[in-house]
Design a protein around this ligand. Structure first.
Ligand code: GCV
Length: 687
């Protein structure tokens, strides 16, 4: 063969060897040095711990590391100690988590000193909204990794096992220890014998990684599966049905975690259909699980199209029931009072239920934040919620502390994240969406960790200064200065940018239709539930814009503990980021900047779009430091994001301008789309 052909072949081979499809997440094979691991016991979990150390050790060549299980009061549940000998923990899983921490520190270059690390929450769980046919509600990264349609739907293949294995390892590496395998809009099929066998197969793979499996269940299952005349939680036959179903599950999966229930919400059945309360419904199922140590995560996401402000409904429903739940019931509440919007104040339920375990539910999948197209790092949003002061027990009673057991005696402490994982080769659809999975795990383990640290860690683990460059010359070898710092800055600004170009200053839920992607402040088809249409939320008219939640309006403010109720009510103290969440204000209302409200809205949309343009430039500049595959993938997504930001800006400004009847400030770039065009396009797509 001619030399030139050999050269071409070798070049192609080198590209394919280096092809970076993102599948390895933050767990790259970094090459290891020799280590001598001493562990007296052997078990599936400990064997993983030893293997991980041997494959990933980056410390002193030939060092000896001792893994020791020994009771120590300072170490809690899954916690661990890293000391000069190695890792000490009370449990095998503690050892495994300690190994991942040690390896992470080696790879990121963080100092390795004597430390004890205990998790903030005992249960750190992903909620998959996966359906038995393999589709995923609000999933943007392909089909389910657990379920599929067709004749072979329930056959467990080697490929399934490999994927579940990789998934379990990735989760364990960031401390996640539970997975709800199916959608909260649950199909009764999941409780059938056949499906439970597949659940067992998944549980068997997850077990050594410390990941328990849970299922979402439909409240009317007794009727739907076994034809019982009722699913009334106080009916003896119904009670017996759940007891038997639970017994069956534990006979197949002895360490099954429990159930997640969406009841009396968005058309799902629940105890109220039988005149019973949420407590009566939850307790009946919880009582069946109790002998086996199982739990019920009962969702607080309940609302109906009544005259009552949607933001008030969950609190009104659940706070009066405080103290009435069994101790293995956890009330799971979304971070905000409405629904995972780009920005919401925290849900007033946090801290208000003092005798009940309450769990924050965060959304990792970007349903309302550009799905798998927009680069939006969510840690700053979650940090904002977790660090919000509730004042329920004075200063320091943050959402984090009201839910992690440090203030209230909660038998179970739980934090849940709605997963963004699918069959896409890079799991999440967008390389940077992996950072949100990672961030959820890190915050679930340590709810006071800063977003900046998470971004820093993730970038160092996911990208590498040694990346081969394909024809693009680096400015210098300064990977930290030229790659890490600008990209980290971009990640940290990305959530605020999305708020700016989508719904700034407290605006919320102004998406067109049910896709929850593009703008639609006008969207209100005839006959549609009013609380599912944007005008319900923005209330724009010629007088002004915003939802009045003060005592003059829905009075949702009074669900917050003082001094917050007064702070949010008073225009002088209400943070501008929440202004239109709590107030309906005239277009010429004077903002802190001296501009009118209308002008301020315009500048926010403009700056959101400009921020994305900056992100594009930053990304192009770091090209020499990124592998070609991921560089091109992110570049292309950023182009889409920029187009979308332009659409958001134009749609919202031109629509609201019909009411404000004021010019868009002249130093702002003019819209490039016509409003009618945007409305028509959206109608065509989502009619
Ligand atoms: C799983 C929102 C979403 C729904 C989701 C629901 C929930 O309404 O749009 O897709 O349903 O929240 O959290 O139950």
């Amino acid at each position: 063969m001619k030399t030139s052909i050999w050269i071409i072949l070798l070049y192609l081979l080198s590209i394919s060897l280096y092809a970076e499809d993102g599948h390895n997440l933050w767990l790259h094979d970094k090459g290891s040095v020799r280590v001598n691991v001493v562990c007296k016991k052997s078990s599936p979990t400990l064997n993983i711990a030893v293997d991980e150390l041997q494959q990933g050790w980056q410390g002193k060549d030939g060092a000896t590391i001792v893994l020791e299980i020994r009771k120590d009061k300072a170490i809690k549940s899954d916690g661990f100690e890293i000391n000069s000998n190695g890792i000490k923990a009370n449990t095998e899983l503690g050892i495994l988590y300690g190994v991942y921490e040690l390896l992470r520190r080696q790879q990121t270059g963080e100092p390795i000193e004597e430390m004890i690390s205990n998790p903030s929450y005992a249960i750190r769980i992903l909620n998959h909204w996966d359906n038995p046919d393999g589709t995923i509600e609000r999933g943007y990264a392909g089909h389910s990794i657990f379920w599929r349609l067709g004749e072979t739907a329930l056959v467990v293949t080697d490929a399934d096992k490999m994927l579940w294995h990789e998934y379990a390892r990735a989760n364990a590496s960031v401390g996640i220890n539970g997975s709800v395998l199916n959608n909260v809009n649950a199909s009764p099929l999941m409780l059938s014998k056949e499906y439970l066998q597949r659940v067992k197969a998944i549980a068997d793979i997850f077990r050594p990684y410390g990941i328990k499996v849970y299922l979402s269940v439909k409240f009317s299952s007794p009727t739907l599966i076994s034809g019982l005349k009722t699913s009334d939680p106080l009916n003896p036959e119904v009670i017996k049905w759940w007891q038997e179903k639970v017994k069956e599950i534990y006979s197949i999966i002895p360490d099954f975690g429990g159930f997640l229930v969406k009841a009396n919400s968005e058309g799902m059945p629940g105890p109220q259909d039988f005149g019973r309360t949420h407590a009566e419904g939850a307790n009946m199922i919880a009582a069946a699980l109790k002998p086996y140590g199982g739990i019920v995560m009962w969702r607080a996401f309940v609302y109906s199209p009544s005259d009552q402000d949607r933001a008030r409904q969950a609190y009104n429903e659940f706070v009066p029931l405080d103290g009435k739940f069994l101790d293995n019931v956890i009330i799971q509440s979304k971070n905000g009072p409405i629904d995972f919007q780009p920005r919401e104040p925290f849900s007033p339920l946090f801290g208000a239920m003092k005798k009940t375990s309450v769990a924050p539910e965060l959304q990792i999948t970007q349903e309302y934040l550009g799905q798998s197209i927009h680069l939006v790092f969510l840690a700053p949003m979650w940090e904002e919620c977790l660090q919000s002061e509730t004042y329920q027990e004075g200063a320091g009673s943050t959402v984090a502390h009201c839910t992690d057991g440090s203030i209230y005696l909660q038998k179970f402490t739980v934090i849940a994240g709605v997963s963004n994982i699918g069959l896409d080769v890079n799991w999440c659809g967008h390389v940077f969406a992996q950072a949100n999975w990672y961030a959820f795990g890190r915050l679930a383990w340590n709810n006071s960790i800063k977003s900046e640290q998470i971004a820093d860690e993730w970038l160092r683990l996911t990208f590498s200064p040694d990346t081969p460059k394909h024809g693009v010359t680096a400015l210098s070898d300064d990977w930290t200065g030229h790659f890490l710092l600008p990209v980290k800055q971009m990640m940290l600004e990305s959530r605020e940018a999305a708020v700016n170009y989508m719904m700034p200053l407290g605006l919320h839920h102004i998406f067109a239709a049910d896709h929850h992607y593009g703008p639609g402040p006008w969207w209100a088809p005839k006959g549609m539930r009013h609380d599912w249409t944007p005008p319900y939320y923005h209330k724009a008219d010629t007088n002004g814009i915003g939802f009045d939640r003060t005592s003059e309006g829905s009075n949702a403010v009074n669900q917050y503990h003082e001094p917050l109720a007064s702070k949010f009510s008073d225009l002088k103290t209400c943070p501008e980021i929440y202004l239109l969440w709590f107030h309906h204000l005239p277009w010429d209302y004077k903002m802190q900047s001296g501009r009118t409200l209308w002008e301020e809205i315009c500048y926010h949309y403009e700056s959101g779009l400009n921020q994305v343009r900056e992100f594009q430039k930053i990304w192009d500049m770091v090209e020499p430091y990124v592998d070609h595959e991921r560089f091109v993938a992110v570049q292309s997504k950023l182009r889409n994001q920029c187009r979308d930001a332009q659409i958001w800006k134009d749609a919202c400004l031109l629509y609201f301008q019909q009411f404000s009847r004021r010019p868009i400030p002249y130093d702002i770039e003019r819209p490039v789309y016509d409003l009618n065009y945007l409305i028509d396009e959206d109608m065509k797509r989502y009619r």
